[in-house]
Design a protein around this ligand. Sequence first.
Ligand SMILES: *Cc1c(COP(=O)(O)O)cnc(C)c1O
Length: 581
Amino acid sequence: MKDSDRYFYHPLENIEDVDFFNEALERKKLTKSIQPDRPYTYWTIELYDQKDGIRGGGGLGVLAADTLRVADDNNVPFALITPFYPSETHQKMVNGQFEDEHRPVNYLDFGFRLIDQVNIKCCGNLCHLDVIEKRFKSARIIAITEPNFGELYSGLSGGDHRLYQEVSLGFGGYAALKLLGLKPAIMQLNEVATFFAALARLDELVKNGMDFYEAVVYTRKHTLYTNHTLVQAAEAEFSYEQFERFVFPNVKSLAVKKWLKDKFEDGKIKLSSVTIEIAELRSGVSKLHARVANYHDIAGNRVKFKAITNGVDLRTWVLPEILAFYQKEQILDEHLLPLPDYQTKLEPLTADEIRNFKLLGRKLLNHTLLDYPDQHGQILQFGDSDFIFDFRRRFVDYKRPDLPFTDPARLRSILEKANAHFILTGRVHTGDNIMSEKLHKILDLVEHDDFLKTHVHYLPDYEEKLALGLSCGCNAAINVPIVGLEACGTSWMKDVANLSLLISTHDGGVADASSNSYLNVSGETTADELDMLYQRMEEAIDIWQSDFDLEDTIKTELKAYLPVVSGTRMLNEYLDYLFPL
Ligand SMILES: *Cc1c(COP(=O)(O)O)cnc(C)c1O
């Protein structure tokens, strides 16, 4: 095993097998609702869990994997149902151009076992889907796959292949549960691509003799729709004709078919509109997002979302030494929840300790970088005293990866003064020509500046291991989405938990706490925001030089955000919402 792997997949042997959740379950009489054969079911088209052979696209998949790990750590009976994509894309740079490399993946290499096959009907054919399973302690992954299943998000978002994948997950996944003798205690739909799972359940209830309206009420009460998108308008639509080929043939009840057919408007359907109909429980992924998400039901009423801010699995995402510190100092308890007096317990943390932890993080980063050459194909290694900024996230417009490069001369002067580095990483969506062009522009301007050329580094194939290495080993993280467009974001959570300075706009989950909690970037205009971003970068470098400022800034961040970033806190909030006393 490589050293970077050792860190990434650090073993779970230090977990005590405490019955915390069993106690909590008892307290809430949850034992009746959730049991090994009646698990919490979590449906997701994307899972980002590389050690189990499943590579996602971004935050949605990372969240799914973290939820699974937290549930398993806390002994919650949990089944995550997702596709297993037999091929995955990696991004390479060849002669300054991006190339997608498609790699086959075999589930047998990742500890899955084949259970059986289930069938769905598509375009007049019977399609055979393999049901595979991987079990953990109390959680398991149930995956649906077949050799031609394709890649995650392949084809257009309103296209036939996507619909095929979504229908396979929904109907195939529901059939898989039955095959395994499982009944869902609750169905959490991670975004609307998983709608068909709830439809399959509704159909089965009616087919088994339940009155249609009763079945609707029952399904609604046991389905949670978790929304991650801000505007309904941006969602792709499917046509009636596509449903005739892929969906209706799988619906057995005429009443359910009619119910679904009535939801079409001008021959088109948005899955969010029917997901809202079939799920009475609805959540958004940060306080701000739940407030501003602009969704309407079919009657035209604004949909209310319960705010449950995303968290991360701290065991996965925090440098083991820092995690041990949190636990030893009783800042976090054995379930990785902050203890009531965690703020007081943070007080003794010194600048020396912070710097030492970041040096350990720097070692991990250097190990990690051995596997991730930069834009020139070079392996980067950093010294202990190098100051590093990092920007790492999917290359999408609203996250503004290009913002720091708006004024190259100013960026250069900031970096030059401290001999600091800037690491940029994030994949461009295949086919996103606008962002691809923006990235090439950045790389071009960097290439033509002697200083930036050696101090701005782009790492092409952004993925989990790189995310961990960078959040542990960099000094300051930059997160500057256009305010109002980030639903939550979890990258910044990894940075905060690993004692990086956070430079951010007040958006997504960052806005769960006050804007004084981190190095805030704001302004009336983009130019104002840009000016403030550069000021904050200068400030971050200065803070690192001063013991007092470093202690104060890092403690303020941790005091504000440790509860927010805890994945256990998130799972608790879901359980409280789904199974009220
Ligand atoms: C944490 C993580 C994300 C989450 O990104 P956000 O932009 O913060 O939502 C995406 N991709 C990878 C590989 C990650 O590790």
